[in-house]
Design a protein around this ligand. Structure first.
Ligand code: HEC
Ligand code: HEC
Ligand code: HEC
Ligand code: HEC
Ligand code: HEC
Length: 394
């Protein structure tokens, strides 16, 4: 129940739906704090909405992202420039103690007096419904936008989608008064299914088989042994535009503005580790056990060597598979309708291992000012510098 309201400000620019932050006019951020609940467009029908602030970054209020539910994920509605933003006080009411709920009609009846004139906010869950548009990515921010394949707010595209299910068991063993905690995860059950007008399943075959990884790793278990199996990783790390842990989750974390968790980029970089030109400045911010604002660990990979013989990471087929074609040319990842800046698929894959300033410049120079990449002209299949030929193993 809403019992009061506090400081207020306004938005200088228009704000789009799904966005997971709002900007306030100069100086507006000073009136707000982490954990505040705010209302935007108070009293305006079909526009009024409530969100919990995770981080105040100057005049920007950050919410959350799809991978973390403690704060609001993002906006339900778009708002015009000049929209009012106000801090409100909410008091939680408990079912059976403060009110009873008639589920069939959604009616609530007060048991204790709520107080005349106070607004009552309710949330409810339903069975999962596939949304009409894409939500943001993991640790969403505007740093990696649609040129990195982030489809936030764009219409759902027909095609093959994946559902994965895995289980994690945590337990502790006590020996002579000392307890040690363990957890272990199952390999996933994965099911491809069709959405919209698609008629044939097109499985993800960028890596021909997870066994290619297990030749070196035996097993792939990560996140405190909470996730296991390459197919599990891809459920999250196959998402274009996904980002490492942001400062709105861990305020003292270093800013890593263009770091993606997408395996197309991150997994190449990890294994290129010691041969990267800028390996020591490549950091991925991950989970950390310390309390907020130090709940992060920054990982770098400049000591990782890739033991494949011959030629190390140049031996693309070691991971991709002998008969695999996916590594020879990145697939088109433009949205069929909603793309304004083209997705730079070559950058996402090639900049990973070839990270020197000269190489980055070569890629930027060969990208038009409107964002189109010309790489295919020289590096496409059959062309003089085609990817396969450039990575021949001798
Ligand atoms: C030729 C051997 C080899 C192959 C093939 C290989 N890796 Fe690795 N990988 C390594 C080595 C060596 C390291 C660095 C040492 C370590 O952390 O185990 C590493 C590190 C990693 C890390 C980072 C671990 C950390 O502690 O941060 C991940 C994740 C990973 N590999 C996943 C994969 C996946 C997924 C595949 C398949 C697509 C794969 N690897 C294929 C050798 C290999
Ligand atoms: C449910 C989503 C999810 C799954 C499944 C998942 N990850 Fe992650 N991973 C993340 C997120 C989110 C981050 C960024 C850190 C954060 O915000 O917690 C991350 C960070 C990482 C990092 C970089 C930073 C660090 O913590 O070392 C590596 C390496 C990694 N994951 C490997 C894996 C591997 C290997 C698997 C499969 C066994 C896997 N992940 C499965 C969501 C996931
Ligand atoms: C350590 C394992 C590993 C090695 C070695 C490796 N890759 Fe990859 N590559 C991956 C993974 C994992 C992905 C992402 C798979 C996914 O998203 O389904 C990927 C994705 C790609 C893609 C993107 C495909 C697309 O359609 O977007 C290209 C291109 C690519 N790799 C090229 C190469 C080239 C060229 C080499 C050798 C010079 C190479 N890779 C070596 C693991 C590897
Ligand atoms: C997994 C790491 C990796 C990825 C991904 C990768 N390369 Fe390479 N590439 C190498 C290595 C290693 C060499 C050997 C020469 C070197 O050390 O730079 C190489 C060599 C080359 C060369 C020959 C340069 C020379 O001087 O011999 C070209 C051209 C090239 N890559 C283009 C690409 C393009 C285009 C992509 C994206 C489709 C790509 N590479 C992706 C690792 C990678
Ligand atoms: C006009 C032809 C042309 C275009 C277009 C072009 N490249 Fe190249 N690229 C080359 C040549 C030539 C080399 C040097 C090959 C060698 O060393 O044998 C090269 C080298 C590279 C290398 C390897 C650098 C090294 O020495 O390790 C990468 C990575 C690369 N290009 C990526 C790209 C990407 C990504 C694009 C598109 C954004 C692109 N190139 C567009 C001709 C081109």
């Amino acid at each position: 129940m809403r019992t009061g309201s506090g400081a207020s400000s306004t938005t200088p620019n228009e704000v789009s739906a799904f966005q997971n932050f709002i900007d306030l006019v100069t100086g507006g951020g000073a009136s707000f704090a982490r954990d505040d609940t705010i209302v935007i467009e108070d009293g305006v029908a079909s526009k009024e909405e409530y969100l919990r602030v995770q981080f105040v970054d100057g005049d920007r209020l950050w919410f959350s992202a799809i991978n973390a539910s403690a704060y609001s994920r993002g906006l339900r509605f778009a708002h015009a420039a000049g929209s009012a933003v106000r801090q409100v006080t909410l008091v939680e009411k408990t079912v059976a103690i403060d009110y009873v709920l008639t589920a069939a009609t959604g009616t609530i009846t007060e048991v204790t007096e709520f107080g005349a004139g106070n607004k009552v906010l309710m949330t409810y869950s339903t069975d999962f419904v596939i949304p009409a548009v894409y939500g943001g990515t993991l640790n969403e921010s505007p740093d990696l936008e649609e040129s990195w394949g982030d489809w936030m707010g764009k219409a759902l595209v027909s095609g093959t989608y994946q559902l994965g299910l895995y289980a994690v068991k945590s337990f502790s063993v006590t020996v002579v008064g000392t307890s040690t905690g363990y957890s272990d995860a199952s390999r996933p059950a994965i099911k491809d299914f069709l959405v919209g007008s698609a008629t044939a399943i097109e499985p993800n075959q960028r890596i021909s088989s997870a066994d290619n990884c297990y030749r070196c790793h035996g097993d792939i278990s990560f996140h405190g042994s909470g996730r296991r199996g390459y197919e599990t990783c891809l459920l999250c790390h196959g998402v274009s535009g996904s980002e490492d842990r942001p400062r709105y989750v861990a305020a003292n974390a270093p800013a890593t503005p263009s770091t993606t968790l997408d395996f197309r980029t991150m997994l190449h970089k990890i294994h290129q580790g010691e041969d990267l030109s800028q390996g020591s400045s490549y950091a991925v911010v991950g989970f950390g056990g310390a309390p907020y604002p130090n709940n992060f660990t920054a990982h770098s990979y400049e000591k990782v060597g890739f033991p494949a013989k011959p030629s190390g990471t140049k031996n693309c087929a070691v991971c991709h598979g002998k008969s695999n074609e996916a590594w020879k040319r990145p697939a088109d990842r433009n949205h069929p309708l909603g793309q304004t800046l083209p997705t730079r698929t070559w950058r996402a894959a090639c900049i990973t291992c070839h990270d020197s300033t000269a190489h980055v410049a070569h890629m930027d120079v060969n990208t038009s000012s409107s964002g189109y990449e010309s790489c295919d002209v020289c590096h496409g299949p059959g062309k003089a510098q085609n990817v396969e030929r450039m990575h021949l193993i001798r």
